[in-house]
Design a protein around this ligand. Structure first.
Ligand SMILES: C[S@@+](CC[C@H](N)C(=O)[O-])C[C@H]1O[C@@H](n2cnc3c(N)ncnc32)[C@H](O)[C@@H]1O
Length: 264
């Protein structure tokens, strides 16, 4: 199975419980939606790229009811889940973003995307392609986890002398550089979010339960997991249950940019 097939299959299998577990994605979706509230939009299509069940589209529609982003995703089960969860009126399109954008998004007025770009085969290239699809005066509103994420996981894997099986994430600097070549950036933020759990294995199980556990690395053996767990630093502050806690940190890049009004 290719990585793309694994990704589609894993999100599909967990589609029914995605929204209950996607607290980080929900928080980021609302943050992006607030950025969209007052953007001066030109005419043209509007879409949510890798929309999943529509957390971002729904937040945008809530704050700006005139906008109805077209929801694009590779995973039919998540799109369907979104339609059931109150997105009945929203249009969706089953689409593989590794193949670029569909023709109906030429000259887009607004391209939104949250927590999806990192799943694509060449995120930097696809992001430049998205910028290129914007109409003059069109906006990109993006959030994507980047390579500064999971420092605890990377350090523990290095200390344990084993592989890190986290999904390799795109470099924030490269994404910013590529976007700046085509857009005027009005916001550029690197946000950090930490989660705590009693064991490192708990993080892996939570990521897998979201459908986001696909990775090009072979799964770790039980022995490799034991060594990784032992090498993962415990937090100095102990949880009130008396249990030590482990931390996992995401770095999420937020970019808001506009294509210059007189660009070719
Ligand atoms: C973590 S979910 C994020 C969904 C939504 N944007 C959110 O914030 O809740 C990642 C989404 O990217 C989609 N995705 C991954 N690879 C894709 C591809 N090649 N083409 C289209 N969608 C893709 C997945 O199906 C999934 O819905």
């Amino acid at each position: 199975m290719t990585l793309q097939e694994q990704v589609r299959e894993a999100f599909g299998r967990h589609a029914g419980s995605y929204e209950q577990r996607a607290s980080l994605q929900r928080a980021v979706a609302w943050r992006l939606a607030r950025h969209c509230r007052d953007l001066p939009l030109v005419a043209g299509p509007c879409a949510d790229l890798g929309a999943g069940s529509g957390l971002l589209s729904r937040a945008v529609q809530h704050l700006r009811p005139a906008l109805q982003p077209l929801r694009l995703d590779l995973c039919a089960e998540l799109l369907l889940q979104g339609a059931r969860d109150g997105g009945g009126g929203a249009e969706s399109l089953l689409w593989n973003l590794n193949a670029g954008l569909p023709p109906q998004l030429e000259q887009a007025s607004l391209l939104l995307s949250s927590f999806a770009l990192q799943w694509l085969e060449r995120p930097e290239e696809q992001l430049e392609h998205w910028c290129h699809h914007l109409a003059p005066g069109g906006w990109l509103v993006l959030a994507v986890p980047t390579a500064g994420s999971f420092p605890q996981w990377l350090q523990a894997a290095a200390r344990a002398g084993g592989p890190c099986s986290a999904l390799p994430l795109p470099d924030a600097g490269a994404l910013i550089d590529g976007t700046q070549r085509q857009l005027t950036l009005t916001a550029q933020q690197r946000l950090r979010f930490s989660r705590f759990a009693p064991t490192a294995l708990t993080f892996l199980r939570q990521i897998q339960a979201l459908g986001a556990g696909s990775t090009p690395t072979a799964p770790l053996t039980p022995g490799q997991w034991r060594r990784l767990e032992a090498a993962w630093p415990a937090e100095p502050a102990i949880h009130r249950s008396g249990q030590p806690r482990k931390r996992l940190t995401w770095e999420v890049l937020v970019l808001i940019g506009q294509r210059p009004a007189h660009s070719p």
